[in-house]
Ligand binder design. Sequence first.
Ligand SMILES: C[S@@+](CC[C@H](N)C(=O)[O-])C[C@H]1O[C@@H](n2cnc3c(N)ncnc32)[C@H](O)[C@@H]1O
Ligand SMILES: [Zn+2]
Length: 795
Amino acid sequence: MLEYIPKYGQRLADEVRRWGEWIKREAEEELSEFYPKDPDGATPIAYLWARTIQCEGPGCGAEVPLMRSLWLAKKGDGSVALRLLPNQRSRSVAFEIIRFAKPKDVGPGTIRRGAVTCPCCSYSTPVTSVRVQLESRKGGTADALLIAVRFDDPKSGQRSWRLPNKTDLKAAAAAAEELHGRIRQNKQRLSLVPDELLPPEGTLGFRIQRYGMLRWGDLFSARQALALTTLGRLVREARIACQPDLALAVRTNLALAVDRLADFNASLCVLNSVGGRGVVHVFGRQALPIVWDFMETNPFNTEAANWQTCFDVVDEVIAFEKHYTNSGHVEKADATNHPLPDDSAIAFITDPPYYDAVPYADLSDFFYVWLRRNLPTEYPDLLANPTTAKEDECIVDVVRGKDRQCFERKMGKAMAEGRRVLQPGGIAVVVFAHKSTAGWEAQLQAMIDAGWIMTGSWPIDTERPGRLRAQDSAALASSVHIVCRPRWIPDGSDRTDEVGDWRDVLAELPRRIHEWMPRLSAEGIVGADAIFSCLGPALEIFSRYSRVEKASGEQVTLREYLEQVWAAVAKEALNMIFEGADATGFEEDARLTAMWLWTLSTGNNGNGKRKLSEDDEEIDEEEDSGKPKKITGGYVLEYDAARKIAQGLGAHLEKLSTVVEVKGDTAHLLPVSERTRFLFGKDETQSPSSKRKKKEPQLKLGFMKEIEEIEIKDGWGTKSAPRAGSTVLDRLHQSMILFAAGRSEALKRFLVEEGAGNDQRFWRLAQALSALYPKSSDEKRWVDGVLARKKGLGF
Ligand SMILES: C[S@@+](CC[C@H](N)C(=O)[O-])C[C@H]1O[C@@H](n2cnc3c(N)ncnc32)[C@H](O)[C@@H]1O
Ligand SMILES: [Zn+2]
């Protein structure tokens, strides 16, 4: 992008296309027998495979395919699913295709959270045994079971699913044989299929080693490896006949295209059944979790996830970028040891690693090991090592002994390096995103220590929409761009000795936030994005001094200041939520609830589709022993963030156990439906969360039953109304539940006779929450249902 496109522009695009097509013809011919067409001319687009285990049920031993779901395509009339046909006698499982499938026709998959339920004997083989079994088979990719084939029928123009036939199985077996022959005959310096080791078990984001995938080649089935190695060989063999430096650029792009295909053609690609869209690429998120049933694409299919799209994209990028004619210069260097001389740059723009969010170098190896094979002589320096360098990477990674202090030290050095190469009057932009306050504190500390003053901050959408899954809840839809200046004035006079007065700093903070928030809000920036986007202006006040002191002479730490910042932001946000109405009129629970929902909201910026709590539909995460179990449902925030927000509102999380549940390092705002028993029960001291622990977690809409019980017990079904709760929020939630349960008469009595509706705060809170609950949530419907009664009841 920086060197080749400005230099070669359209010529590069044309050559890449030309040679991409040449490779396609050659490879398609060479590999056609391994992707056979059907006798009627239909072509397989992709194949669905499942890893298998042997059921450990007493006397069973059935071979069980691991299927996280039986849906193949969920799109109305075109819905297709599988039905399991267990055969008790042969102890095996066959399949049947259900066309026009309705949810009631489709059973659950065989695996959930890593434990496998046998369709033959119903025994549940635990995740630990699943691991042992797959471990001995390098993850079980090589002997996975072919479950279904997605095909394209050119005659009818139809794309659909069928069961596999003998030809399919033979072709896959032949591909494996072909690959093994080629492995034996390989004369290259490096193994044909990458045999470099994955990072050690426990490495951030990696969840596949414990299933026996230890080398990068283990991530691919034989046919996938055959396709990738064939394409790679053709990239090396292409006699690209233009001037040598352009030819190098072309070959580099083609090698990158093979990498791109690897991302779509590995045994960690899941099926995306929603809308029947097929193959999901591996790096839908920046991690490598295990995938039980996987999609193998036919690289020559004409739909998607094929070789053609992998080199087409080069053309698209060039078309987009070709007006840049200023050629850049790219060099690999450690950010703590920059090749530029002092005071030489007018701008320093950096997108540093995000604390502990992504193991960049380890993940890069997925691509690097292929590049190294496909560009064997082109980049002797860049591709010298078997895998990418990890030592000097600036991230938090406990497995490698890199803790927060390490990160801060290293990041501090890198930021100081940026300061060194920048001219005194220059400007810097540091991009950062993190969902934890600790991540932010570490990054900002490093920047302040290095002598930067933050002067502004703005969130910019940097992620491709439609990611497989947003990161955890309250992940950012965007990265915050923090604008900085060296801590001295452009006229050259030094400011490094200035000491700030804590009282002045504290007095200025709320004013600054008050100015900044409406600007963000006017741009549709709300929630977590807005909170973090206030850091720039807030930190300008603090970072303009080399140190800030209290009257006692004690130095104020960044951490202490940030506590004040979160508080000021929370207060300001709350005022915006209640549109200037005095937010202090609401009790703690209402303030916290409103602020919580606001924090999780995305407004109309960003991809807007970010889910609040992830339901893991796409990937069945195995049981994770180390971490607290994921809380399902409700609205989840990092505990520390929740605590800071609460503090800013003068609320206390510990005292609010009737609305918030804390588990490990996450805090979860209880869904209204889960508060039923508390809200209508007699014993108000018993919080819903303490009850939840004793019982099975309540099912969604379990509250309908509860309402019935309570209604009968308390006898307000026909004449009276439930007793009003003690806070405005409780009363509003009660009303919402009555609405949801269809108790319209009781709701009326509750609002009018019990008097819940006489309190203006009730309606103001309802209004605010209506704007804050996610659009498609039950809560939103219910609160709107309550609001709709307002006029009619004369309020
Ligand atoms: C947030 S990513 C940058 C992503 C990039 N902007 C993009 O869009 O692809 C952070 C990068 O910093 C790199 N990095 C980590 N430690 C480094 C160091 N000590 N010196 C230079 N780069 C480093 C990581 O390898 C990673 O590629
Ligand atoms: Zn069994």
